[in-house]
Design a protein around this ligand. Sequence first.
Ligand code: SF4
Length: 503
Amino acid sequence: MSLRPTNLPLTAKGFDEEKIGVCFGCGCYCGYIAYLKGGNIVDVYGHPNDPNGMGSLCTKGIALLQELPKNPMRAKRVLLREGEEFREGSLEEVRRRVGKRVGIFLDRLTTDLRDLLTSLQLTDCVYSDAVHLPFRPSTLKPQSWSSKKVIVAIECDPVFSEVMSVRWIVDAVERGAYLVAVSSRFGTVAQKASESFLLKPPKVVRFLESLADAIEGKKAPEKVDKISRAILGLGDSLLLIGDTLLRTPWRGNVLSALKRIRLRTGIDYSFVGDVTPIKTKSLSDLLREATSLDTLILTGNPFAYINDTEPLEKTFKVHLTLFPNLTANSSDAVVPVRSFQEREFTGFRNGFGNLKTSGPVLSSEFWTLSDFLREVFGAEVPEDLSVPDLPPVEEVEFEGTEVEEEGIYLLVDRTLVDDVGHWNLWTHEVEREQRVLANERTAELLGGELKIGDLTLKITVNNNIADETILFPDSFEETQPFDPGIRAGKVLPDPDIRVFRYS
Ligand code: SF4
């Protein structure tokens, strides 16, 4: 469906042009109308005819659409490192310094499917932080969630990632759905749930495995049995799974439990978060292969998840970035990148498995990753943008591991502020000071502080966090402007594993 401007403008502000675009702040892909004056967005509204946003945009989307392009802190010039300082440079100078053995890291916000496919043509060392799923990430569109009779959300609150899709869950509840939230932290879904279970991450995994047992007719705790009876009795059920547990050693356990439940019940499922149908290497692969690379092209802020960039010391690092963040400060060259509304963008990294393309709404003299790779390396940019047709989950094999439930767990995860958020005063207000969160009992057990090595962070007591769980928001790092913090990588033993035993 193609959207056009409305007959009557939605804004009261003066404008000379209106343009239609898609927000790629998450996989909801909300359509919007931007009102432009002098080439700048002066107002933005969700498009009333768009089936995804249905006329609404979330605060993250509004901040990205309206404030990010003109953010005064944006990187605007090509910079080259000279000792501890940067000086203004040119793309030609960058080109003279790159080598042949190239690695490329792709983020979710500034790189699209075209950039990924271009990168894969150039090198086999393509990295990202997305979780690869070798099967269809969703059996239905999020709009169809609202007709479900039973919804079980496993470590999944879309309000932290695919924001507007929460409305389809709320719709389902208003139509009488039985909603169950099982998670190590509670958000909107738990508030709306008929039943909610606040459990530390390994217990969430065990809960899902017990649900698979119960559905197969095996013995399970009564509270789990009740949910299995609802699924078997009412049919028309949905399992929602967030990407968090897929970044743990229990990924195989989660996927194999989903498969078992689906084989018995044909249940629908949707993943939520940053998942990809095309396999890339991971951050720990990047660290392992670092010494074999002579050039590394980076987007996003991957160094926020890495404790020590020492293995990359000798690699020439070029960072295509929106902001002078931690990764930019650890790179040898900085190149300003286009934001998604300043280019043609095809979004593909999302749990719903949908592709969506939007044309540019704003003009820009900055670079896309594909343009950069073409100009600097002569890379060919593919015309055909498609992703493989993947099998359903039941056709793929998974292997679980033993789930150890003892101890206190540290969970490094996103909050309402994502990694761009602290470059914007408005969203920074949501999370002004870096703290970790834990419930009263856990905070007391830890003496009110989290200590890892020489790092100490105060705990904010929040009883929406499971017992024996500490939430470390991953959006802080050392160079953000309003309230610098400590990057998540300082506490992560492995950049790909975001839940680990603390004590
Ligand atoms: S939910 Fe928010 S961030 Fe996601 S596409 Fe819609 S407006 Fe953008």
